[in-house]
Design a protein around this ligand. Structure first.
Ligand code: C2E
Ligand code: MG
Ligand code: MG
Length: 636
């Protein structure tokens, strides 16, 4: 339908479309018929209504032209145009022959006919008509000189006013014809110009949209790339330093979850306005992706850039007032300097990202400059990732088990399975290092399958040894839910080991539950229906969203060790732990306190009502044989 409308609009504004040609042909035919009718009447009138040969020729021409008028359509247009032009040419030359040859009024119609030929048809007909008319004139001249033109005898007898009248008719209709045809052309030209103007406007708008971020109206990555290329070109001669500053808002996701998407967008808009106040000849601001802003800053020296970035950091950290909320953004800033740290946007961006993601020792830095050590570290990470991919098939992983202890009875009630990687090339690599790499590369799903299989087997072995009440807890990553085969694999593993499902607990962190919530919830429900229980790990470090506890029907809540470790010293942390324990009790959820390293902490937690503890106070994570030995000791 839209395409059809487009076609109509297009054809109505095109000069040489079929519709336009038919329109012009019909207009011409109308004018010709009118001229002929008037000439016929004038001929009859001035000849006392005696029907002359000319009158007969005119009448038959009128009929033919009228027939052409009815027949005109896009398919017949060019044929009819040719026929009309040739019929008129034959008619006027015949009229000349009957009249006074080259002295006849009809000669006036020659230029008119040629003009029509240009408007209605192509080059071929125009040239052939031109040649025909010239030949006719020459022939008439010859006929005059030889006395062959019999009609010329009538010259004297032709009524004077009849001649004037036929001149007037020819001139008037020639003018009217030219006027109509050109006004039609003018109208169509006007429409084409209007269409052109609106197309230009659309193109400009599209170009603007392609170059500017819609939310903040800041120029985008593409513009930055073009600007940077020319800046780097000029920089060669100026000797200035150019800082490529990447600014990421790391808590954007949690703002969306805790407030709303629109509040998050509004705070980013306000941030863009604040950043724009730094825009000047030496500074340009861009927005690349959702939470990534880039600032290009010229400076004479390194200190100038440091001072500038400090200001940027402060501006980002000031509270943003959005509707009724006070939103605080967490900026991560990394800086790469051209020409030292890269000569293209890809290099500078990559290195500024490396600087941004590098964690400095001790206190968290507000921003980091890139240095070569970061590139080396990244290279090492890449090599480690390569080694990680073959670690399962090379049997380089082992599982350790850390006991979970009942805080009242001091009996071991279960264990958490914690993976260890001993690489022949790199030695012992802690899970905090390789698990994130495995998550980034997708290797984690194979690792999780491996851990589940070995944990279930280990638990079944404990049961076989008489410790048949022990549960096993396995850590999961968000990536484990992406393939969608977690439930099938876990259930099959439990079947094969013949271990009842309620002895397996899967630990999730809050960040997992924030990902693709529907997809994850479906799989959790499937596993829950089979009898597998779920724990929220490291509770308190993430978004501490209590809604998850009931939404995912969680059985256990694991208090993060960063709170637990300090409860004997800090009353703040004691209060937080107390509140979490009370809240989970009211929801009928079991508490497990992680990271208990001393007796005092264990007894405070027991008094607060915490049921289970885990930590170095009882044991570090142990290999299977050592864990079994610990179980036997604990039983004595
Ligand atoms: P997590 O799941 O919170 O595991 C508890 C971590 O705290 C373990 O570190 C454990 O050794 C440590 N820990 C336990 N008690 C104490 C204590 O009293 N003091 C101190 N300082 N630390 C204690 P680990 O084994 O290095 O694991 C670190 C993290 O790596 C785990 O944290 C978990 O998030 C991840 N991880 C470990 N194994 C796996 C696994 O098989 N799959 C996945 N996806 N993640 C795993
Ligand atoms: Mg855990
Ligand atoms: Mg934990």
């Amino acid at each position: 339908m839209v395409a059809q409308q487009d076609e109509v609009t297009r054809s109505s504004i095109t000069l040489f479309s079929d519709q336009a040609k038919v329109h012009r042909l019909r207009l011409t035919l109308k004018i010709l018929i009118t001229i002929l009718v008037l000439l016929l009447f004038s001929d009859l009138f001035f000849n006392d209504f005696v029907i002359s040969t000319l009158a007969l020729a005119m009448s038959s021409s009128i009929i033919i032209l009228f027939f052409f008028f009815l027949w005109a359509s896009p398919d017949t247009c060019s044929v009819i145009s040719g026929m009309v032009l040739w019929s008129v040419a034959v008619f006027i030359t015949y009229a000349c022959w009957l009249g006074n040859g080259i002295f006849d009024t009809s000669v006036l119609a020659f230029p008119c006919l040629l003009m029509l030929a240009i408007v209605l048809s192509g080059k071929l007909i125009f040239i052939s008509l031109f040649v025909y008319l010239i030949s006719a004139l020459c022939f008439f001249a010859f006929a005059h000189s030889q006395g062959l033109l019999t009609g010329a005898l009538l010259f004297q007898s032709l009524p004077l006013w009849g001649r004037v009248f036929s001149y007037i008719i020819t001139l008037t209709f020639f003018s009217v014809g030219v006027f109509y045809i050109f006004s039609d052309l003018r109208k169509r030209f006007k429409k084409i110009l209007e269409k052109n103007a609106s197309l230009e406007l659309t193109i400009n708008q599209l170009q603007k949209r392609n170059r500017y971020d819609q939310l903040t109206q800041l120029p985008n990555e593409q513009v930055c790339k073009t600007d940077l290329e020319s800046i780097l070109q000029q920089q060669k001669s100026s000797g200035n330093i150019l800082a490529f500053i990447t600014l990421n808002i790391s808590n954007q996701h949690s703002i969306k979850m805790n407030y709303s998407h629109s509040i998050c967008d509004e705070s980013l808009k306000q941030l863009a306005t604040r950043l724009m106040s730094f825009n000047n000849d030496n500074t340009a601001i861009y927005r690349f992706q959702e939470n990534e802003f880039v600032i290009l800053k010229h400076s004479m020296d390194y200190r100038g850039i440091s001072k500038f970035v400090e200001k940027i950091h402060q501006v980002c950290c000031h509270t943003f007032h959005v509707t009724d909320y006070d939103v605080v953004l967490q900026p991560d800033i990394g800086i790469a300097l051209a020409p030292f740290d890269g000569s293209t946007m890809a290099e500078l961006r990559h290195n500024s990202h490396l600087a941004m993601h590098t964690k400095t020792e001790g206190e968290k830095a507000d921003f980091n400059f890139f240095d070569q050590a970061m590139a080396i570290q990244e290279q090492e990470k890449l090599q480690l990732t390569k080694a990680l991919k073959s670690a399962i098939s090379n049997n380089e992983f082992v599982l350790h088990f850390q006991p979970k202890v009942d805080l009242i009875t001091e009996q071991i009630v279960g264990a958490e399975a914690l993976i260890r990687w001993i690489s022949p090339e790199y030695g012992f690599i802690p899970p905090t290092v390789f698990i994130p790499l495995a998550e980034q590369t997708g290797v984690i799903t194979d690792i999780t399958h491996w851990v589940i299989e070995h944990s279930v087997k280990a638990c079944q072995q404990w049961h076989g040894l008489g410790f048949n009440k022990l549960c096993i807890a396995v850590n999961l990553s968000a990536e484990d839910f992406k393939r969608g085969n977690l439930a099938t694999h876990t259930i099959n593993t439990l079947h094969q080991a013949n271990l009842p499902a309620h002895f397996l607990e899967l630990e999730l962190t809050e960040s997992i539950l924030m990902d693709d919530i529907n997809h994850i919830q479906k799989q959790i429900n499937e596993l829950r229906a089979f009898g597998i229980s779920f724990a929220i790990d490291d509770f308190g470090t993430g978004y501490s969203n209590l809604g998850y506890l009931t939404k995912f029907n969680v059985c256990t809540l694991k208090l993060d060790r960063s709170f637990v470790m300090n409860i004997s010293q800090s009353s703040n942390e004691l209060q937080i732990v107390k509140a979490i324990i009370q809240m989970s009790k009211s929801l009928n959820i079991t508490n497990v306190a992680e990271g208990i390293e001393d007796k005092e902490t264990a007894s405070i937690l027991a008094k607060l009502g915490c049921e289970v503890g885990q930590g170095y106070f009882w044991s570090k994570p142990l290999p299977q044989q050592d864990f079994i030995a610990l179980l036997s000791d604990n039983n004595d």
